[in-house]
Design a protein around this ligand. Structure first.
Ligand SMILES: NC(=O)CC[C@H](N)C(=O)O
Length: 201
């Protein structure tokens, strides 16, 4: 049985674009960087990478991408955001710089840089609803956590141990997915597979 692989765009304004492209290709999708509004027309789903959400927001404004991104998401385009990308998909942020805007789409409040500074980056196993085969080893780099989710968003995972045990770090709302951590950096492609299956579904 063969089916046409979905085309997934990776928002290529800033951040770890190449790692996402590789992870997506490993799970059988076609992946390409997108940075212009017209490039959004030819993709089946979008990944917003990790990086720096303040820079990504500013670049999205200057590349005239913020409104087109909002429209696509509102129109139902599947999207997956990691770390800064999670911030970009959040309807509300805390700890942003003055005036910082997001694309939005997921009814949640995220706290920027919640786990502390770069030197406080860490790895921890996270059990994810919808991902079989044991916990994913999650890499947190100046990561946000989710303070709260609204009724339409579903919590998929928490930090399982340590000082921050119980913090929400993975959320899904319909065909939108967000993680505080970076599966694209670990070689474990199960979360990308989940997203590609969401795109196909
Ligand atoms: N690794 C990351 O994506 C870090 C996110 C960054 N702290 C931000 O606010 O956007």
């Amino acid at each position: 049985m063969s089916s046409v692989p979905p085309v997934i765009g990776v928002l290529a304004l800033q951040g770890d674009v190449r790692e996402h492209v590789q992870a997506l290709e490993q799970v059988g999708a076609r992946a390409r960087g997108v940075r212009r509004p017209d490039e959004l027309d030819s993709i089946d789903g979008l990944v917003i990478p990790g990086g720096e959400s303040t820079t990504m927001w500013r670049l999205a404004v200057s590349f005239d991408m913020l409104e087109p991104l909002r429209k696509c998401i509102a129109a139902g385009m599947p999207a997956y955001g990691t770390c800064a990308g999670m911030i970009m998909l959040a309807d509300r942020i805390e700890g942003g710089v003055p005036g910082q805007q997001t694309v939005g789409g997921i009814d949640m409040t995220v706290r920027r840089n919640a786990f502390g500074r770069q030197v406080e980056s860490f790895e921890a196993p996270v059990e994810l609803a919808g991902v079989d085969g044991g916990p994913v080893e999650a890499v947190f780099i100046r990561a946000p956590w989710v303070e709260s989710v609204g009724e339409s968003a579903e919590v998929l995972g928490h930090v399982s141990r340590g000082e921050q045990a119980g913090r929400i770090v993975a959320v899904r709302q319909g065909r939108l997915l967000a993680t505080s951590f970076h599966p694209e950096l670990t070689g474990d492609t199960r979360v990308h597979r989940l997203f590609v299956d969401m795109v196909k579904g």
